[in-house]
Structures are given as C-alpha cells and as structure tokens.
Design a protein around this ligand. Sequence first.
Ligand code: URA
Length: 240
Amino acid sequence: MRIDKYLANMNVGSRKEVHKLIKAGSVTINGQKVKTPKEKVKENDLVEVNGQEIAYQQYHYFLFNKPKGVLSATEDLHQKTVIDLLKSKDRYKGLAPVGRLDKDTTGLLLITNDGQLNHELLAPTKHVDKVYEALVAGQVSQQTVEDFAAGMKLKDDTVLKPAKLEILSVDESQDRSKIRITIKEGKYHQIKRMFGAVGMKVLELDRLQMGSLHLDPQLKRGQYRELTEAELEKLKKSGE
Ligand code: URA
C-alpha cells in the first residue's frame, strides 16, 4: 500500500496533509525518511510520523452508548448521527452502526467498518439475542409474558419468533412497568410494535446486550470505547 494511503486511512490527515508531512521529512519507514507519497509500505514495516509509531489497523470496533436524539445512520443532511458523535480522529472510512436503534432509544450500539461482522450479526438466520430494558405505560401482565413467549403476530400480520419477557417491577400508582425483553430478530420498531399489539406504549427503551456484547456501565450516554480483544473474539462467535 502507498504510504500516503496508509497514513490517510489511519486518519493521520487528509491525503493533502499527509503529502505535506512527507515533504517536510516527518515520515519514516523503518527509520528511513520517506521521499515520495508513492513509496510502498509492506506488512511489518515500522511507520513513524515525527517519531511516533503509526500502526495499521484495518478494522475498528467501537462499543457506543447511544444517547437519545441521534440517528443510527452514517450521515444525514438535517440531523445528528451516531457517527457525528465520534471524535474526528476516530471517524475511519466505512464506519457504520450494526443495526438501528430508534432516535429515542438509548444504549448499546456497535459501530464498525468490518462489513462482514456487521452482516453476520444482523443476518436473520443467525438469531443473535438482543436484550433491552424498557419503561412501559400500563401494567404488564403474565398474559403478555405468555403472548410474547408464544411468538406473536403484529398488527400488520408479521409473525415474530418467541421473545422472553421479564417483568422487573410494576408501579400501580403511576400505572407503569419496567421490563426486560430478549428478542432474536431486529424488525423495524419491533419492541414498540410488540407492546402496541397488546395495547401498551413503550415510554423508554434501552439496549443492554447484543450477542455476547454487554453495554459497559463505565460509558455515559454518548461515550464509547474500542472493544477489547476478548469481547471481539466472543462477539465473532455470536455471529457464526
Ligand atoms: N425495538 C424498537 O421498537 N426500537 C428500537 O430502537 C429497538 C428495538
């Protein structure tokens, strides 16, 4: 790979900025000053800019705690997306969220430029578990738990796979329930539509888990970090 592409891919700067760095003699490969942007970098070469190593990482995986009010999209003309919330040094080419959370849904969102993993985790045949907690208007009953477990039919006749619903608490005075739900699909507005089908409204929805990946309690809304190697290895198995 050409050194200018290598450095641009690693977000050292735009191609133009990288060319300036090369011209200024700031870039070395294995200790030798790079003279032209066309120079090639091979695997295991040591690339440095002003003495600082720039290692090549093809794929990036960010565990993101999505806040309310942003779109799970890569770009939008009018509204903020989750990609806009990444620091500019982390906005690598090809990054995209794995699946979509509604604008008002919070919680775990994986953002990666590994298209294959993205595809595998979303494939309808893979049935990767997604765990959410929600605040629901009304008092969720045992009947609803059974309806969800049986695999319910939505108002538009979509038939869903069985889902596990746990009632965490019911507040009779406020007429609200806290629940945890595990679904194996990721249909459009699925959880809101499931409660809609039993005459209830989801007031708040927060994703806690996708496959083996858990939301990190250290991350505040809008914060993110790279996955650890152990998390990535386990997650790849969820998509197998
Ligand atoms: N189900 C929904 O209704 N919304 C989400 O954001 C995710 C699952």
